[in-house]
Design a protein around this ligand. Structure first.
Ligand code: SF4
Ligand code: SF4
Length: 251
């Protein structure tokens, strides 16, 4: 749809009165949402909620969700290697003299430069901006399925559970062994169950997990210590997107 074919869906929530959703998705009677469950540098994890939010929004809607998470360069740490400039998909990063600069009006807050920087010179306001970002994501997910209650099916693939989102131009070793495939009609319950099942696994020592390898410990915190991904689950329940309670039925 090249991001031009979008509809405004009224939601009347804390961050958005309305959200931009692809017109054909907004008009659909029902939907099947298939998501790869994995980690994410600024969301903690990505599952059904995040896939709904980003997958159903046109470019302008994606930008609205990321708007509050624009990273900045800590000048004293920058060694002007240019890696952030090379990797930026939208040309928002540029070397100005001996330091890199990020143009916030162009940046789409994908986080790729943060991962590429060898000096950890690119940072975000983790404490304030990230919870707000996760709420924006969850409101977009709410808008994507508004009016389709009980007519959306969700399938999460808990296979090759990498620490990074699938949008980065690389992959990494999984943080836990493969678990299986989960299905539900509730995206919050599905993501909660997926989250718990991942955490119940033993972490793989050959992965990028920094700590929390033991079964029961939070693997996503072990990969991304500064992010509490469960904020999307708590807020999803608060706004009525779904329930965090679930019952696992093995087939
Ligand atoms: S967050 Fe993404 S879009 Fe923004 S400067 Fe970094 S690489 Fe570019
Ligand atoms: S990748 Fe990091 S160190 Fe290299 S230019 Fe960008 S901000 Fe500076």
């Amino acid at each position: 749809m090249k991001s031009q074919n979008a509809a405004e869906v009224e939601i009347g929530l804390k961050h958005f009165n309305s959200v931009k959703i692809g017109s054909d998705i907004a008009a659909a009677d029902s939907m099947i949402v298939m998501s790869h469950f994995k980690g994410h540098i600024v969301a903690g994890f990505g599952g059904a909620i995040k896939n709904l939010a980003m997958g159903c929004a046109p470019a302008a809607g994606k930008k609205e969700q990321h708007f509050r998470t624009s990273p900045h360069v800590v000048e004293e740490k920058c060694v002007a290697c240019g890696k952030c400039v090379e990797i930026c998909p939208v040309g928002a990063s540029a070397l100005v003299g001996e330091v890199s600069m990020i143009e916030p009006n162009i940046c789409i807050s994908c986080g790729q430069c943060m991962e590429a920087c060898p000096s950890e010179a690119i940072d975000i306001d983790w404490e304030n901006d990230i919870p707000e970002f996760l709420e924006c994501v969850t409101e977009y997910a709410y808008g994507a399925v508004k009016g389709k209650e009980n007519r959306v099916g969700y399938i999460n693939f808990l296979l090759k559970i990498t620490p990074d989102c699938d949008c980065v131009p690389w992959s990494d070793a999984p943080i836990v062994p493969d678990i299986g495939i989960l299905a539900s009609t509730d995206p919050v319950a599905l993501d909660q169950a997926s989250y718990d099942l991942v955490n119940n696994q033993k972490g793989l020592v050959s992965s990028s997990l920094q700590f929390n390898h033991e079964a029961g410990a939070d693997k996503f915190k072990g990969a991304w210590p500064k992010v509490d991904g469960t904020h999307q689950l708590k807020y999803g329940e608060e706004i009525g997107l779904g329930s965090r309670e679930y019952k696992l039925v093995e087939i």
